[in-house]
Write a new protein. Structure first.
Length: 327
């Protein structure tokens, strides 16, 4: 179990963040009742987390559930071009988790193209014609072991089972079939992808649909797994400022068992099987360089089936779920 170390935030802030990962659209009144504080306290803490902790709640499409391809890109760049290229990638709606690595000469980026045309435009069009890009490595993500709808905050165990159950949204009434995204969902998702807590009056203005219809549709989309509500925040304010990418090579027969074991490690925020020279790509979040070494040489190093590990520390996060230009 991880322990928060922060001079700015306390256990209640961590519980609020954890509650938002369970149901990012839960009313403050419900969160307050579960946490045993007032609505005003929750609202005030939420505003402070947004202002000082980088908190932002957004709705994301789950590419894995929708059958959409995702790719991990590693771009080796000229030193004077990496930051500019990373910012350009961050402005695209089909990218997330972008970091500057390797002394500022490498970019790690996940893309989720919504059509083959988007994928071809980026990998076959724009990036190869960018003079500062020296090398492009693209590895398709094959199977997610951890991440996506399951966030990193449960590693802190800030909420007990009863609190989680009280926060989890009620499932919608069963419909005639599986829920998929429809063309009419576009204006609804455009708002929720900017602000996952957008109120129904704002959603009505954007879609022209009734509040009751919107409540049913949002509930059905989330319950189906086609989309999920996620919380973006700065892990440094919780006492975990160090992030690194691990590129892990395993024996073929050990890939699944290693991936499943990694999913249970507190340090791991994301883990996926990939196509390419490494079989797994993993994001770890730790307190400092010493903790990173302890993890690599300890829990990871002892895993049977792990043949090789390449470690890429993230020097600066450019984009998590949303892009905020540097001021």
């Amino acid at each position: 179990m991880l322990r928060m170390e922060s001079d700015t935030f306390d256990l209640l802030d961590l519980q609020l963040l954890s509650a938002l990962e369970v149901d990012g659209r839960a009313p403050f009144s419900r969160i307050a009742a579960v946490l045993g504080v007032s609505d005003r306290t929750v609202a005030r803490r939420y505003r402070r987390l947004c202002a000082e902790g980088g908190l932002r709640v957004v709705v994301l499409r789950d590419a894995a559930r929708l059958g959409e391809d995702q790719w991990m890109l590693r771009l080796r760049c000229a030193p004077d071009g990496a930051a500019v290229i990373a910012d350009a990638l961050a402005r695209r709606p089909d990218t997330y988790w972008i970091g500057l690595c390797s002394g500022g000469t490498e970019i790690a980026c996940i893309t989720r193209p919504r059509s083959p045309g988007d994928h071809d435009d980026l990998l076959l069009g724009k990036l190869p014609r960018t003079p500062s890009v020296v090398e492009i490595r693209a590895q398709q993500l094959l199977h997610r072991f951890y991440g996506g709808p399951v966030g990193w905050l449960p590693r802190f165990r800030a909420l007990d089972a009863d609190q989680i159950a009280a926060l989890r949204p009620d499932p919608p009434e069963p419909g005639p079939g599986p829920v998929r995204l429809e063309p009419g969902d576009a204006p609804l998702l455009a708002v929720l992808e900017r602000d996952g807590r957008a109120g129904y009056p704002e959603l009505q203005r954007a879609t022209g649909r009734s509040e009751s219809a919107l409540r049913r549709r949002v509930s059905a989309l989330i319950a189906s797994g086609a989309v999920y509500v996620d919380a973006e925040y700065d892990t440094a304010v919780l006492g975990f400022p160090k992030t690194a990418m691990l590129w892990i090579t395993t024996s073929p027969g050990a890939l699944d068992s290693v991936g499943r074991t990694l999913a249970g490690h507190d340090e791991v925020a994301f883990a996926s099987a990939t196509a390419g020279p490494s079989q797994l790509v993993v994001t770890v979040v730790v307190r400092d360089t010493a903790a990173l070494y302890a993890y690599i040489s300890g829990p990871l190093g002892r895993l049977e089936g792990v043949r090789h590990v390449e470690v890429t520390p993230i020097l600066r996060g450019v984009k998590q779920l949303t892009y905020r230009p540097a001021r």
